[in-house]
Design a binder for this molecule. Structure first.
Ligand SMILES: C[S@@+](CC[C@H](N)C(=O)[O-])C[C@H]1O[C@@H](n2cnc3c(N)ncnc32)[C@H](O)[C@@H]1O
Length: 229
């Protein structure tokens, strides 16, 4: 481990997540409300190829696996990927659910394990609000390349209605460093800017308790057009 002053932003964030994940099922035991939205919109998940970004301890990956989908789950935390592996074994989903340790802030669309247009659904629950504008836009275009035409992206991000919005130092517009935690708060206009190449299916404001605090989010489902832009 590097001394703290030399650690990169990603290493600091990784360490933060490793600490949180010393607690089993840190966020919740079951699936998320965003996973419920997937089922509502897609209805039949059997055989659907899903890429999950920032899978955490694997609750949603297992939920989709039990519904018959084929999941590739990524997270940069070793503890998160280990817990996901344990759950995959426990539920006998080795043939359909796989998990990899990967950093999504680097170019995931050039990873040979993730070929272009190879997923029907990309799913990112609370995972796309940690980056500056340039990295965020790059991740959205990586996702676009990974989805088949007609594929869906489901994601949930912290919104500008959150109580922590504007706390700490503003590094860039709506991107703050609050006590070492970097968060990008999405307005609806920014969410639409990031997804301008997609057809919008729904964008919903949400509020619920997360890590002991009432937090505000935007949750969205967007669809890559068949005739790509
Ligand atoms: C708020 S948690 C959500 C976890 C999970 N989706 C859930 O709903 O329980 C965010 C997750 O993203 C992961 N993460 C954060 N930055 C990442 C990065 N650059 N690359 C890959 N995973 C990352 C963290 O390890 C953590 O598991």
């Amino acid at each position: 481990m590097k001394i703290r002053a030399e650690a990169t932003n990603i290493e600091i964030q990784e360490e933060e997540w490793e600490n949180k994940y010393s607690v089993e099922d840190y966020f919740r035991e079951g699936y998320s409300s965003l996973a419920e939205l997937v089922e509502k919109i897609i209805k039949e998940l059997i055989g659907k190829r899903i890429l999950e970004l920032g899978c955490g301890q694997g609750q949603d990956a297992i939920y989709f696996g039990k519904k018959g989908a084929v999941i590739t789950a990524l997270d940069f935390s070793q503890r998160a990927t280990n817990s996901t592996k344990t759950k995959i074994k426990k539920f006998g989903l080795e043939k359909t659910v796989s998990v990899m340790k990967a950093d999504i802030s680097s170019d995931i669309s050039s990873d040979p394990v993730l070929p272009k247009e190879s997923f029907d659904i990309v799913f990112a629950n609370l995972r796309l609000h940690y980056f500056d504008n340039k990295t965020t836009k790059r991740i959205f275009s990586d996702i676009y390349r990974l989805l088949v035409p007609g594929g869906y992206l489901f994601f949930e991000v912290k919104s500008t209605a959150d109580l922590d919005y504007r706390k700490g130092e503003e590094i860039e517009k709506d991107f703050f460093n609050h006590n070492g935690k970097k968060r990008h708060f999405f307005s609806e206009a920014y969410l639409l800017e990031c997804t301008e190449r997609y057809n919008i299916i729904c964008v919903q404001p949400k509020q619920y308790m997360s890590e002991g605090k009432l937090s505000s989010f935007l949750s969205a489902c967007v669809k890559k057009p068949y005739l790509t832009k």
